[in-house]
Design a protein around this ligand. Structure first.
Ligand SMILES: Cc1cc2nc3c(=O)[nH]c(=O)nc-3n(C[C@H](O)[C@H](O)[C@H](O)COP(=O)(O)OP(=O)(O)OC[C@H]3O[C@@H](n4cnc5c(N)ncnc54)[C@H](O)[C@@H]3O)c2cc1C
Length: 375
């Protein structure tokens, strides 16, 4: 007789939300994770009194009131609003592209002046194509925003991200480049956004309250062939190809790496997110973690600060699999694995690794709440 209704592999937001919902329905769950701590990619480490987003900066945003009310019922969220800044060779620009960006770039003061400048530069790019379609990302971006925005804010940043020249990248990567003719630096269009007060670990602790958990346990070493002895149903949120022993081949991933350090000053860059859009520096962004949770004078009450440089790196085996690669080859392989998954009895493959799909946090929670008819 199995002791648990569910064995949940992975304590990220998918696994933790699943455990929360199942437990509320009177089911017994065991959550295991191969990492030494719970929380998956939203796990934070406290350094100098600051919650450091160890696996990459995470900003919660959603327009779904049900999801927002759900997460706030577990832990209250703060008022953080994502307003990234771009640093191009020491010049600072607000993102996303909006009236603040254009006024700094061209000295324009009204939406009409900005629109005229944009149209003038877009027309130049279209004329240069001589009637043909954009053949690469560079040509595509130039027709969407013109040369100044492209040169200073897109070109080198994109090249750092992909490790290739914009002329070698396909045009379809950038279909749209939203431009706002208002003074609005709020990156997300969603109705709700913020960070859990006290950090994401509070959210995970709240979701997993009263649930049995084990860390430092790899499913493949301890449970793969015998999980039915432990639970009636398996909820697996690890990598899809790994579950099937890579029998159809390996899926590709993209990853990022971080160099984190403590700075002996209260305020390093005045903002949580600064993108470095030139080749002059090798990293793509610097995250200053305290600005996710400290506002105004609070920033100065904490004497030190923690910053992480973020680098785009080529994925190799053994690295953290962060982003699925949605090209034809990988999509076809993932579909073949999904067909195998559909034949598995009493096994649910969930989350971003298990489904080989990029999901923000809110859609992951939404999926689980839907599956329990809680939305
Ligand atoms: C760099 C980065 C930045 C992001 N920023 C944002 C953001 O700003 N806003 C946003 O909404 N979303 C963001 N996301 C997306 C967010 O991280 C995901 O939506 C969320 O983590 C999905 O949760 P999950 O449970 O599916 O996966 P995960 O959090 O990855 O959890 C999976 C867990 O399974 C465990 N596991 C895997 N294999 C095994 C095994 N064999 N045995 C035991 N345990 C195993 C892993 O250790 C891990 O803890 C970001 C993602 C990345 C990669």
């Amino acid at each position: 007789m199995a002791t648990y209704d569910y064995l949940i592999v992975g304590s990220g937001l998918y696994g933790a939300t699943f455990a929360y919902c199942a437990t509320r329905q009177g089911k017994k769950c065991l959550v295991i994770d191969k990492r030494p701590q719970l929380g998956g990619n939203v796990y934070c480490e406290e350094v100098e009194g600051i919650q450091v987003h160890k696996y990459g900066a995470h900003i919660f945003h959603t327009s779904n009131k049900g999801v927002w009310d759900f997460v706030n019922s577990i832990v209250e969220f703060n008022r953080y609003t994502n307003c990234p800044v771009a640093n191009y060779k020491g010049e600072l620009y607000n993102l996303p592209f909006n009236m603040n960006t254009f006024s700094k770039l061209w000295g324009v003061r009204t939406p009409a002046e900005a629109a005229a400048k944009l149209e003038e530069q877009k027309a130049e790019a279209v004329a240069a194509l001589n009637g043909r379609e954009p053949a690469n990302l560079e040509e595509q971006a130039l027709t969407l925003v013109g040369r100044d925005v492209f040169q200073k804010l897109i070109k080198e940043y994109t090249e750092k991200q992909w490790g290739r020249s914009c002329k070698e990248l396909p045009a379809f990567i950038i279909r749209r480049l939203p431009v706002r003719l208002v003074f609005d630096n709020n990156y997300f269009n969603d109705k709700y956004q913020g960070i859990p007060i006290g950090g994401y670990n509070k959210l995970i602790e709240g979701l997993l309250k009263g649930v049995d958990t084990r860390t430092g346990v790899d499913f493949f070493q301890e449970y793969k062939d015998t999980w039915q002895d432990t639970a009636d149903t398996l909820v697996y949120t690890g990598a899809l190809d790994e579950y099937f022993g890579y029998r159809l081949g390996r899926l590709d991933w993209r990853t990022v790496s971080f160099k984190t350090r403590v700075e002996d000053m209260p305020n390093y860059q005045g903002n949580a997110v600064v993108n470095y859009t030139s080749h002059e520096v090798p990293y793509t962004r610097i995250i200053e973690h305290k600005h996710f949770e400290m506002f105004g004078q609070e920033v100065y009450q904490c004497p030190k600060t923690v910053v992480s440089e973020e680098y785009s790196v080529e994925y190799r085996e053994g690295m953290e699999p962060y982003y699925p690669v949605n090209d034809e080859k990988n999509n076809a392989l993932a579909d073949a694995y999904r067909a195998l998954a559909a034949q598995e009895e009493k096994v649910i493959l969930g989350g971003r690794l298990g489904q080989y799909k990029y999901f923000d946090m809110a859609p992951v929670i939404e999926q689980v709440l839907h599956s329990f008819n809680l939305l």
